[in-house]
Design a protein around this ligand. Structure first.
Ligand SMILES: [Zn+2]
Length: 158
């Protein structure tokens, strides 16, 4: 078995704990019809926790999300204090497929993993993982292993 670190980096797999998957599903449903976003923290190739972040985009939050520079700096400090690694970010696509948008491509940074959760009519649906190519022209899909089933969705009563 040859398991050099270079091969590990290229392996298109992302392991996610059930706790992280549940957090992402619940956050996506709670934020609906707006996008939610958060950080993926853990160690190389394994998301241990998902940390919800405020969506500070001043634009249409149904289609965009933004982590502010201030929030990002605070996040880096939290990750270091918790002795974790910042692996990437997740966000939701309300009533849109779990595929990166043109905006997602423009906003992505190399080296991070991006998880997208589609939320349809308020219920968490498919969850996908992506990694930006080094030349930043496109995303390559990353297979997400583990995570959690979507929690039961209860429609708000009126
Ligand atoms: Zn997006």
């Amino acid at each position: 078995m040859n398991t050099t670190s270079e091969q590990d980096v290229q392996t298109p797999l992302l392991t996610m704990s059930a706790a992280a998957g549940t957090t992402i599903h619940e956050h996506g449903q709670a934020a609906y019809p707006l996008e939610c976003c958060g950080a993926l923290v853990g160690r190389a190739g394994e998301v241990v926790e998902a940390w919800p972040l405020p969506n500070t985009s001043s634009e249409n939050q149904q289609r965009r999300f933004l982590v502010s520079p201030l929030e990002y700096r605070a996040l880096e400090q939290r990750v270091a204090a918790a002795d974790r690694t910042l692996l990437g970010f997740y966000h939701s696509h309300p009533d849109h497929p779990a595929r990166p948008s043109v905006h997602d491509l423009a906003a992505a940074w190399p080296g991070f993993v991006y998880v997208i959760l589609s939320v349809r009519a308020g219920a968490a649906a498919e969850l996908t993982g992506w990694r930006l190519r080094d030349d930043r022209t496109a995303f390559d899909e990353v297979k997400v292993i583990g995570g959690a089933e979507a929690p039961p969705y209860e429609a708000p009563s009126r």
